[in-house]
Design a protein. Structure first.
Length: 157
């Protein structure tokens, strides 16, 4: 069985970061836009595709910021991206749009102030904390890597 690979975009524009607000089974939280890497697709191509599908924005990759190796589950790669264009909204043909039509969950892409991130339940919280810290010095300490089990990821602020 192939372990999962998740490709994630961290898009920053004018001291704000592009996030996905989610309401899933009654729980409200934020995530960085991203998703699974398809067969024969590079992680970088998946980041750009997922950002387009989930947020209707065009972006280009700047560099790898973070790698989370989830023991017994897979890997998550978080890339710093430059916003190029597009109105921030759910892509009409995205998995998120289909879920919202069926009434399962709610999704809304939005720009959040980096100064306010410490108040948001933004998963993974470990990456949120790295981003807050690394943004202050223009990401000089990146890329960062952590290996942990899913059960060890923090769930509360």
């Amino acid at each position: 069985m192939r372990k999962s690979i998740r490709a994630v975009g961290i898009v920053i524009k004018k001291d704000k970061v592009l996030l996905m607000w989610r309401k899933n089974e009654g729980k409200e939280y934020y995530t960085f836009p991203g998703g699974g890497v398809e067969e024969k697709e590079s992680v970088e191509d998946a980041v750009v595709r997922e950002l387009k599908e989930e947020t209707s924005t065009e972006n280009k990759i700047i560099k790898l910021l973070y790698h989370h190796h989830l023991i017994n589950d897979g890997d998550q790669y978080f890339y710093l991206c430059q916003y190029l264009s597009g109105k921030t909204e759910i892509g009409k043909n995205s998995e998120e749009a289909r879920e919202m039509k069926s009434g399962q969950n709610l999704f809304k892409p939005l720009w959040a102030s980096i100064k306010e991130l410490d108040k948001l339940l933004l998963y993974p919280l470990e990456v949120r904390d790295w981003l807050i810290e690394d943004y202050k010095d223009d990401f000089k300490r990146t890329p960062r890597k952590a290996s942990l089990e899913i059960k060890d990821l923090r769930q509360e602020i």
